[in-house]
Design a protein around this ligand. Structure first.
Ligand code: FDA
Length: 579
């Protein structure tokens, strides 16, 4: 009886953060229970953009194919248009999510995966379903009420929403993945910075065959610049593909200083017809909701045995498509640490590094997403739709054969190009580097960025960075460096001449009980660098080594072979594990 109500990790929430936390923990063999207030997972398609890092994590979990099979493929994601309506005049296009030929090279060089577009309604069941198939216990219709923590664990008070009965669940650790109005974050008193409810927005989900307006410029986003489109919301009116090309989500703003509108069928249909620009289309409304734009992040993400993640610690508009992605990546950061601590292989102090590593990311993405939202302003100005635009400027005047017309065209081009920071922010998506006690510095300064750090990912093996991707060969197979690492264990990589590291890693693994997989990469070995890319990327000599954490970030790096690699590696490991 008691057994059913005890677990190692209790996860509140089955959204992207909670579902992913459960997937990772279950895959690592850690007992966990998920509770969620509703009868099932997300019932509206909110997050879609699934960035490369998230697809990499799913690849590590062995379910990349489920994500890419269900998602809309990368090649259909990129012809993002700015228009007066779908049927109206087209003002410009930007190739998004790495689909520009130059950016495609950046994206494919950086990862074995590509982004895809997967509605949250389809992603969450994959996360939660796979977690359950790997041992997680999922309790739907169950509401978290409050918690008490002590030196040994956390007691959560919960309510079964079907029977109304209340009971307790005892866990060693608790994860608050309960979204933007997190009760867990509130209960543990996480300090928050910024403001909630800064703009008003609404979602309208509908079915309509819009192929004739979009199939020639396939994209997931069509931005509509009409009078009123800059009020509230996420910067402009948006017709967002859910399923090509018959299911859609419109995002339209309202003035947050006015009462929230009641979006009835008549209002929703009118907005759909305005943005599509065609009164004759057959619209089947599926649902509407009103929500608000936030600019808030936690300045601390955990207290004692309780860790918050996802929207509980970062609340921001969907601009840049970072919400669900970052939520899943939060979970990946914490899961391996919890696994090591729960197995007694690392000190609980390792868990403090979740806060050190992820709290700065929460701030970064909240600020990035909100900045992107406001950067539509330049496009409106270029079209003469803001009070500060030059007199006489209109959408039409951009066609004029005058110096003003030429200046307007140039301003518009630059304004659209600025949106790269929202739609091609590869550095933000992939370039996270950590600095904490779970990383052993090698004394070298952080490598400088030679291109814009938000737009471009800069590969490096500097401790704290994600291991760069390149293709290696294993017999007749081609495998990514990212395929070699992960799977819940540490990995040591060295070159010909680094065999002593392999013995050192085995000794360290025996002593600590922490699994370490080791590889010599070189000719005649299991993994070969036939393309020579790894030698270019690794930033160490043939006799040096990289120790990679289970989340694919570099834990420790040695440029050459020291006199006593076993004691050097033991020292590094003890520091990492807080032992
Ligand atoms: P989320 O809110 O998803 O889940 C919270 C969970 O907690 C739910 O399961 C809920 O039932 C549960 N819960 C809450 N309180 C509880 C309680 N007291 N007891 C029990 N359970 C409780 N992101 C992205 O990466 N790419 C994108 O393209 C977009 N696009 C997008 C569009 C629109 C219109 C919106 C509004 C948002 C996006 N996002 C996005 C953001 C994304 O939807 C959001 O960041 C994630 O859903 C956050 O995931 P979480 O798991 O943190 O919370």
């Amino acid at each position: 009886m008691t057994d059913a109500f005890e677990t190692d990790v209790l996860i509140v929430g089955s959204g992207p953060a909670g579902g992913a936390a459960s997937l990772f923990l279950s895959s690592y063999g850690i007992d966990n229970v998920v509770l969620t207030r509703y009868r099932w997972t997300a019932n509206t398609p909110r997050a879609h953009i699934t960035n490369q890092r998230t697809v990499e994590l799913m690849r590590d979990m062995g379910i990349e194919d489920q994500i890419t099979d269900k998602g809309t493929t990368h090649s259909l994601m990129g012809q993002t248009a700015f228009c007066t309506s779908l049927a109206g005049e087209e003002i410009g296009r930007i190739r998004t999510w790495g689909t520009h030929p130059q950016r495609l090279a950046d994206y494919t060089e950086a990862s074995p995966t590509l982004p895809c577009d997967l509605p949250q309604t389809l992603f969450e069941p994959i996360l939660v379903g796979t977690a359950a198939s790997r041992g997680a216990r999922i309790r739907f219709d169950t509401e978290f009420l409050s918690l008490d923590q002590d030196a040994d664990g956390v007691t959560a008070h919960v309510r079964d929403r079907l029977s109304g009965s209340e009971y307790e669940i005892r866990a060693k650790y608790l994860i608050g993945a309960d979204g933007g109005r997190s009760k867990v974050a509130q209960d543990i008193g996480l300090p928050m910075a910024g403001a909630m409810d800064i703009e008003g927005s609404m979602n309208i989900v509908f079915e309509a065959d819009l192929s004739r307006y979009v199939a020639h410029r396939p994209s997931v986003l069509y931005w509509v610049l009409q009078p009123g489109a800059q009020i509230g919301g996420i910067g402009a009116g948006l017709v967002r593909m859910v399923r090509p090309w018959h299911e859609w989500l419109i995002v339209w703003g309202y003035d947050i200083n006015q009462p929230a509108p009641v979006v009835d069928e008549a209002m929703a249909t009118e907005i759909v017809r305005n943005l599509v620009g065609d009164d004759t289309i057959d619209v089947k409304l599926k649902g509407t909701s009103v929500w608000s734009v936030n600019h808030m992040y936690a300045e601390q993400s955990s207290v004692g045995r309780v860790f918050c993640m996802g929207d509980a610690i970062h609340r921001h508009p969907p601009s840049n498509g970072l919400g669900s992605n970052t939520s899943i990546q939060d979970a990946y950061n914490l899961a391996w640490k919890l696994a090591l601590v729960l197995r007694g292989q690392a000190s609980p102090s390792l868990l403090d590094t979740y806060d050190t590593e992820r709290t700065p990311i929460a701030k970064q993405i909240v600020e990035r997403a909100n900045k992107s939202r406001t950067q539509f302003g330049q496009i409106f100005r270029a079209l003469g739709m803001t009070p500060d635009a030059p007199a006489g400027r209109t959408i039409e005047s951009r066609k004029d054969d005058t110096p003003e017309g030429a200046a307007q065209r140039e301003e518009l081009r630059e304004a659209i190009e600025l949106k790269d920071y929202e739609f091609n922010a590869h550095g933000v998506e992939l370039g996270q580097r950590y600095s904490s006690a779970a990383v052993v510095p090698d004394g070298t300064p952080e490598p400088a960025y030679d291109r814009d750090p938000e737009l471009y990912y800069h590969p490096t093996t500097w401790p704290g960075a994600r291991i760069p991707h390149c293709w290696l060969t294993r017999g007749t197979d081609t495998v990514s460096t990212l395929d070699v690492v992960g799977k819940g264990r540490f990995t040591l990589l060295t070159g010909i001449g680094g065999d002593a590291w392999i013995k050192a890693a085995a000794a360290v693994s025996d002593e600590t009980g922490v699994p370490v997989e080791s590889f010599v990469i070189g000719p005649g070995r299991e993994l070969e660098d036939l393309y020579g890319d790894w030698s270019r990327l690794r930033e160490i000599t043939d006799t040096g080594c990289l120790l990679i954490r289970p989340d694919a970030h570099v834990a420790y790096r040695s440029h050459t072979l020291p006199g006593d690699p076993t004691s050097t590696l033991t020292e590094a490991f003890q520091s990492l594990l807080g032992r």
